[in-house]
Write a protein that binds this ligand. Structure first.
Ligand code: CMP
Length: 144
């Protein structure tokens, strides 16, 4: 079990002025912010990040959406981070997300679903390194 995951506050989250609310909910759930930045993904960078979905019918729309405005990648730390974060954000499809989850509260559709969360420890490590160098990340144990 790893203690790291990558969140992305997607362009719809930024456009709706929900950055603060969503970050509060994440921190109140016990996650520590180890790295955070606002970036406007290029097409190449978005395609690289979502390569695993390149054969899916929604891929082109996903790239258009993720490059439509700035987003906020956040490296998070917590025990059992990947699983606990996915519980906090809820199902990909907001109509199926549990009450009180971030997607249930704020997401419009299966595509415009406010926030991304890594789906495995292996992908969390890859995804964090897509956005952050090691030097940009605070090591939580170093804060004690
Ligand atoms: P996420 O799980 O973060 O990563 C893949 C993204 O593709 C997903 O969020 C949605 O934003 C988007 N997407 C669009 N359509 C679909 C779909 N039918 N199934 C899953 N993901 C979709």
């Amino acid at each position: 079990m790893s203690n790291k995951t990558l969140a992305i506050l997607k362009p719809d989250c930024v456009r709706k002025n929900l950055i603060g609310k969503v970050v509060s909910q994440i921190q109140e759930a016990g996650f520590k912010v180890s790295g955070l930045k606002m970036v406007h993904l290029t097409e190449d960078s978005a395609k690289g990040f979502y390569e695993v979905h390149s054969e899916r019918p929604f891929f082109n729309d996903l790239i258009a959406y993720m490059t439509s405005g700035p987003c906020v990648p956040i490296a998070l730390e917590k025990e059992n981070a990947v699983e606990d974060f996915r519980k906090l954000i809820g199902a990909t499809d907001p109509t199926k997300a549990a009450e009180g989850t971030i997607r249930k509260l704020y997401a419009e559709s299966i595509q415009e679903n406010i926030v991304h969360g890594s789906d495995s420890d292996e992908n969390a490590a890859k995804e964090i390194s897509h956005f952050f160098t090691r030097k940009e990340l605070l090591e939580i144990n170093g804060w004690k």
